[in-house]
Each structure stands twice: as C-alpha cells, then as structure tokens.
Design a protein around this ligand. Sequence first.
Ligand SMILES: Nc1ncnc2c1ncn2[C@@H]1O[C@H](COP(=O)(O)OP(=O)(O)OP(=O)(O)O)[C@@H](O)[C@H]1O
Ligand SMILES: [Mg+2]
Length: 313
Amino acid sequence: MLEIRNLVKNYGKFQALKGINLHIERGEIFGFIGPNGAGKTTTMRIVCGLLQATAGEVYVDGIDALNEPNRIKRKVGYVPDFFGVYDNLKVMEYMNFFASMYGYRPKEVSESIHGLLELVNLADKENAYVDGLSRGMKQRLCVARALIHDPELLVLDEPASGLDPRARYELKEILKNLGDMGKTIIISSHILPELSEMCTSIGVMEKGNLIMSGNVEEIMQRSKGVAPLHIEVVKNEETAVRMLKECPAAEKVSIRDNNIVVTFDGDDLAVADLIRQLVEQEVGICKVFREKGNLESVFLEITEHVQEGGKVQ
Ligand SMILES: Nc1ncnc2c1ncn2[C@@H]1O[C@H](COP(=O)(O)OP(=O)(O)OP(=O)(O)O)[C@@H](O)[C@H]1O
Ligand SMILES: [Mg+2]
C-alpha cells in the first residue's frame, strides 16, 4: 500500500530525513514512534502530497506521491497534529465545507457525513459550534473530516496528544474499527505503549533515520528472547539454582518464595531443553511460565544502542 525508498528531505542545509525505506501492507495499522524532531511529521506530510521531498520515491497504492500529489490527495486522508481555528462554523457546516473542497455537493454527501459523524460519536453535535467542542471531540471531528472522500490510507499525526484516558480509548476504538473496515492507517506518537496494542506494525524514527521497523508480533518475539522465566520448584531447589547459575543463557537468578526467576536468553525450545536438564537432576518442577514480551523494553534497548552510535537493523 505504501512504499518509501531512500526518502531524503532537506530544510536548507539541515537534513531532516536521511534516506528512509519503509513498506506498509494494505490493512495495516502502522505506528510511527520517535522523539521530537525525529522526522515523523515531515515523512507523513510528504506521503500525503503536502510537502516536497528532496530525493527518493514514495508510492501510495502504486501512485507516485512525489510527482502526482493531486492524485495522492484523493487516496489519502490526513489528520494534522494541529487543529486550526474555525470561528462561527458548526460541525455540519465544517464537514460540508471540506466535502465541497473535494468537489462534492452537500446533498450528495449528507448521508455519508451523518454516517461519519456517527462513526466518531459526534452525531449529536451536528449543530454545535466547532470552536465549542472539547479537544477530544475536535480530534474525532478531524478524523471524520479526513474520511470524507473515503481514502484508502489514513495518516494521523499524534492524534492522541492532549487527550484524557477516556478520549484516548475512544479514539483507539475508532481507529480499530477503521482498521477492521480495511483502511490502512499510519499513526504517530512519542509514546510507545499508546500504540503497541492497536498497531500491527511499528517503525521507530530517530534523527531522520528509521532505526527499526516491522511487525509487532515479530518484535515481541524478539523481546521474548530476554523475558524473565519463572520456575516454581517443589524439590531440590538448591540443585536448580546451582544449575541455572552455571547455565550460560541464564542471568540474574533470584528466588521469590518457591519461585525461581531467571533472565533467560533463549527461545521456547531452549526453555524446554533447560527444563529437561533440571528434571534429569531430580528437580521437582510444578510450574513454569515466561513473562510476556514487552515492546517497551525492546524499544528502550534499541534507542539505547542508537545513542551509543550504532544503527540497529
Ligand atoms: N519548515 C521547516 N523548516 C526547517 N526545519 C524544519 C521544518 N519543519 C521541520 N523541520 C526540522 O526537521 C526536523 C524533523 O521535524 P518533524 O516535524 O518532522 O519532526 P517530528 O518527528 O514530527 O517531531 P515532533 O514529535 O516534535 O512532532 C526537526 O529537526 C525540525 O526542526
Ligand atoms: Mg510532528
């Protein structure tokens, strides 16, 4: 659905994007993570045909975004990180205004606009003034607006910033619904946990480089490799502890009640092998479980490496 190749953007002498490569499949919810100034907004605006790139290639559904920005605007809906001021405009008028920008006549789209306002839970606000809406409502209105022309790709720049937990939850539900409807979604944030549960893939940007990207499950799998292992022992605990301390893949062995907790660098097969060895030495094991992979710990690990000067693939 989206293909970015060697994308470069210079603002004068400053290089904001240093050659980005990214591939997003249709129907994915892609989370774009990175600190302030990483280049998220720059990338998103180029993808939406709103900003000229310096070099590289961008294709949305096969259409060349850099050379055919007008065709791209039909394919893409953009929710900017900044909501403009709309004095004296009611919700319905606001929607009609944007519909007319896409060349629709109000009568033609009134039904679909009602539908969109329902989708974002603003059906009862049709006659309310836009400026009088809460921030969360404005954000949802922005999502409805971006969907007027039924785009295949929806790009949202930090839609959750400034929202309270309830509003964040509602926004997430709306985005999940859109994902179920088959839209491809790109959503940026500084905060990883906010994205991890709703995204199918993520990309981490830092200083104009995409330092990591991929399927959330694969990344979680990677984090599983270092997730703590809990082994509940009812017989020969000392033997178990001694063996674990001698095991090269095990680190930080600690005991809580009858539970041995060990940081174990290995996959499920390695865990099975470890258990077999323990049982062979008459260790009585009644329970084993692995902590769930934690995306955040992987993220921290990756950004740490980058701060040390390396580029992680
Ligand atoms: N119009 C501009 N002129 C000059 N430099 C710019 C311009 N827009 C962005 N930059 C610079 O490009 C870099 C990337 O900015 P960008 O807005 O893409 O980052 P971001 O990841 O969206 O950050 P944030 O999380 O703060 O929104 C920053 O260093 C910024 O200062
Ligand atoms: Mg930004």
